[in-house]
Design a protein around this ligand. Structure first.
Ligand code: NAP
Length: 284
C-alpha cells in the first residue's frame, strides 16, 4: 500500500512556523488581518470560510468576514473592494469565486491591490508567478501542492511531473512553480490524447480536474507520487477526489487523501500569505 501524504502533518509544521512569525509581528505593533468577501450563502463557501477563520485564529491572524447579498450590484461590490483596499488594518483580501453571473469577475479581481491579493487572482500576482518575481502572491492551492511535496521530502528537480488541469487557480501557476524547482512539467487537459498513458509515465502525478474518481489504475504505475487536488461529491454524496483512492493507492508509492490532503493545507497557506502581506505593508 502507498504512503499516505496527510495534510494535517504539513499543517502542524506550517502553523508552528507561522504562529512564531505572528508573535514577532505583534511585537512590532503589526496585527495581520484577512478580509473574506462572501457573496450569497453557498454551502461550499460557508464551509471554507468557517475552516479559514478557525485556522487563521489558531495562528493569530484575525479575520474580517464581509458578507454581501447575492443581488449586490457591480458598483456596490466595487465600493466594498475599494474600501478594503484603503483599509490599513486589512492586509489580505480573499473573494469567493465564481461570483454571481451578473457581476464582472475579471474587473473585481483586477481591482484588488496586488499587495493584498493573498490568493493570486490579479493579473499582477499571476505575472509574479510566471516571471519568478515577488509581486503579489501565488494561488493558495497551487502553493499548497508545492508545500506538501516539500514537507514530505519529494524533490521535484529533474523529475517528470504531469499535471492534469490547466486552470489559473491550480494547473498553470503550479506548472510554473515546479518548473522553477527544475521539474520537467507536462500539462494535460480535456483535449490531451491518451491521457492514461501520459499520466502513467509520470514520476509525480498531480490531478486538478474536478471529476470524481476519474483517475483509476489505468492512469498510474508503481513508484509514483500522486497529488489529488480534486474536491468532489461521489454518487453516495461523500467527499472524494479526482483520483480513485482505493484502486490507485494499491499501486503507487505515495498519495494524498481526500479529504485530509491538499485542501487542508490551503488555509494555512492563506494565513501565511496574509502574514507576509502584513510584513510587506509594514515595510519589513
Ligand atoms: P477548472 O477550472 O474547472 O479546470 C479543470 C481542468 O481540468 C481544465 O483544465 C480541464 O480541461 C481539465 N479537465 C476536465 N475534464 C478533463 C478530462 N476528462 N480529462 C483531462 N482534463 C480534464 O477546475 P479547478 O478550479 O482547477 O479545480 C479542479 C479541482 O480542484 C476541482 O475538483 C476543485 O474542486 C478542486 N480545487 C481544490 C482546491 C483545494 O483547496 N484543494 C482549490 C481549488 C480547486 P480544459 O481546460 O481542456 O477544459
Amino acid at each position: 500500500m502507498a504512503d499516505i501524504l496527510k495534510g494535517n502533518e504539513v499543517v502542524t509544521a506550517l502553523n508552528k512556523e507561522l504562529s512564531e512569525k505572528v508573535v514577532s509581528l505583534k511585537k512590532e505593533g503589526i496585527f495581520p488581518r484577512l478580509a473574506i468577501v462572501r457573496i450569497g450563502d453557498k454551502d461550499s463557501d460557508i464551509s471554507y470560510e468557517k475552516g479559514a477563520i478557525k485556522r487563521c485564529e489558531t495562528i493569530g491572524v484575525s479575520v474580517l468576514p464581509v458578507k454581501l447579498e447575492e443581488d449586490i450590484t457591480q458598483i456596490e461590490l466595487e465600493d466594498n473592494i475599494k474600501k478594503l483596499n484603503q483599509d490599513k488594518s486589512v492586509h489580505g483580501i480573499l473573494i469567493f469565486r465564481p461570483l454571481p453571473k451578473h457581476l464582472d469577475e475579471n474587473k473585481i479581481c483586477d481591482m484588488l491591490l496586488m499587495d493584498k491579493d493573498v490568493d493570486g487572482v490579479t493579473k499582477g500576482s499571476l505575472a509574479g508567478v510566471f516571471t519568478d518575481s515577488n509581486d503579489g502572491f501565488p494561488p493558495c492551492t497551487a502553493e499548497a501542492c508545492v508545500e506538501l511535496l516539500k514537507y514530505y521530502g519529494v524533490n521535484v528537480a529533474g523529475k517528470n511531473v504531469v499535471i492534469v488541469g490547466r486552470s489559473l487557480v491550480v494547473g498553470k501557476p503550479l506548472s510554473m512553480m515546479l518548473l522553477k524547482q527544475n521539474a520537467t512539467v507536462t500539462i494535460c487537459h480535456s483535449k490531451t490524447k491518451d491521457l492514461p498513458k501520459v499520466c502513467s509515465k509520470a514520476d509525480i502525478l498531480i490531478v486538478a480536474v474536478g471529476s470524481a474518481n476519474m483517475v483509476n489504475e489505468q492512469y498510474v504505475s508503481a513508484g509514483q507520487v500522486v497529488i489529488d487536488v480534486g474536491i468532489n461529491m461521489d454518487q453516495e454524496g461523500n467527499l472524494c477526489g479526482d483520483v480513485s483512492y482505493p484502486n490507485v493507492s494499491k499501486i503507487v508509492k505515495a498519495i494524498t487523501p481526500v479529504p485530509g490532503g491538499v485542501g487542508s493545507v490551503t488555509t494555512s497557506i492563506l494565513a501565511g500569505h496574509t502574514i507576509n502581506a502584513a510584513m510587506r505593508q509594514g515595510g519589513m
